[in-house]
Ligand binder design. Structure first.
Ligand code: NAD
Length: 331
């Protein structure tokens, strides 16, 4: 984008972009029925970011750049997240990752490592355990208020209803639909003359946010947990250690994670998984890179919407052509 715009031009375009992004977010988060691809959504979003960087006075609290997407479906009990559930900043190429690394190095002098995790393409959930018992499961919603989906989560067999130790902790992660379940579900829906789902993410979201938990049970959903929000009796000094402890408690984590010294090694891992992702039994849309050490994470802190110590690298749209319902996306 050139930098020779007037404030009036900015106001018009920013208002158009916010309207468009709000409309697409509603279709995606509320109706579980996107009408554009994530890559096209991300392009519009980044155009908005650029306009707001050029004209910071135009930023408002309700801009899509300032808040976590998602709304609460009627019928669900609301859950207040005492610790907000945030989003992540995005990177789309090697240069973005190198810039992320530069920002981190400016913010800390400490020796750091990066932990790379697969970015599971599902919907974020939070699980609360009290004395080892699952007492509450919630969606992210708008980050501050989510939906109570405890009964639905209880139908997912890999989610322990009781931990191996009587800990009181809150853990967060992704609820997703395995690729094989998605194919089977859409085949069955087609046979029954029902509308098919756009992608596993939307099928998972529709399945989990269903007022009838029996419907959730039919969707064959699964979870990977990746964040400890409230450590309770746990004690860990790094993300790697925390994830290993979750394994010991019987909580399902993704084991492709790896720790590196440098951003160059991170880039190699990213490329490796760009090649491997088609063969994985679940969808990933990128790699999440986090500073591994918790004390350094605390030093670096957060923006209103995301941690500064992490970034989500988004894979380019997969080669090929996807036809979804009556929407055609050339990707
Ligand atoms: P995001 O998808 O860019 O990244 C944040 C999310 O990644 C987290 O909330 C978490 O749920 C998930 N995640 C998966 N694996 C993780 C891991 N290992 N560690 C940490 N987090 C992990 O951000 P978002 O706010 O959830 O969604 C915005 C994105 O949704 C957009 O960039 C776009 O791609 C998509 N979207 C698409 C449309 C559309 O119409 N197609 C509309 C709205 C949003």
């Amino acid at each position: 984008m050139t930098t020779q715009h007037t404030f009036e031009e900015a106001k018009i375009r920013v208002s158009e972009l916010r309207d468009l992004l709000d409309k697409y977010s509603y279709q995606y988060y509320v109706q579980d029925n996107p009408t554009i691809s994530d890559a096209d959504y991300d392009k519009l979003y980044h155009e908005l970011v650029e306009w707001e960087e050029e004209f910071p006075d135009i930023i408002t609290n309700d801009s899509p750049t300032q808040r976590v997407g998602g709304t609460i479906l009627p019928g669900f009990e609301k859950v207040i997240h005492e610790i907000p559930m945030l989003s992540l900043g995005n990177a789309f190429n090697e240069t973005d990752l190198l810039e992320f690394d530069k920002r981190i190095r400016k913010l800390t002098d400490k020796k750091i490592h990066y932990i790379c995790e697969l970015k599971i393409d599902g919907l974020a959930i939070s699980l609360k355990y009290e004395q080892g018992k699952l007492v509450l499961a919630a969606t992210r919603g708008n980050g501050t208020v989510g939906e109570n989906v405890t009964q639905n989560i209880r139908t997912i067999k890999s989610v322990p209803l009781r931990l191996k130790k009587p800990y009181s902790i809150e853990v967060r992660g992704e609820c997703y639909m395995p690729k094989a379940s998605f194919v089977a579900l859409n085949e069955a829906r087609e046979e029954n003359g029902e509308a098919v789902f756009a992608n596993p993410r939307n099928a998972a979201a529709g399945g989990l946010r269903n007022l009838d938990a029996k419907e959730t049970a039919k969707r064959n959903l699964n979870t990977f947990l990746y964040t400890v929000a409230d450590f309770g009796e746990m004690s860990a000094t790094s993300q790697e250690e925390a994830l290993n402890q979750l394994d010991e408690l019987g909580i399902r984590t993704n084991h492709e994670r790896q720790v590196f010294d440098t951003i160059e090694e991170v880039w190699e891992y990213v490329q490796l998984f760009d090649d491997k992702r088609a063969a994985l039994p679940y969808e990933i849309d990128g790699i999440v890179i986090k500073v591994n050490e918790f004390d350094t994470q605390a030093d670096i802190g957060f923006t209103v919407k995301a941690p500064r110590w992490a970034i989500a690298y988004k894979f380019p749209a997969e080669e090929g052509h996807t036809v979804v319902r009556n929407i055609e996306w050339t990707v």
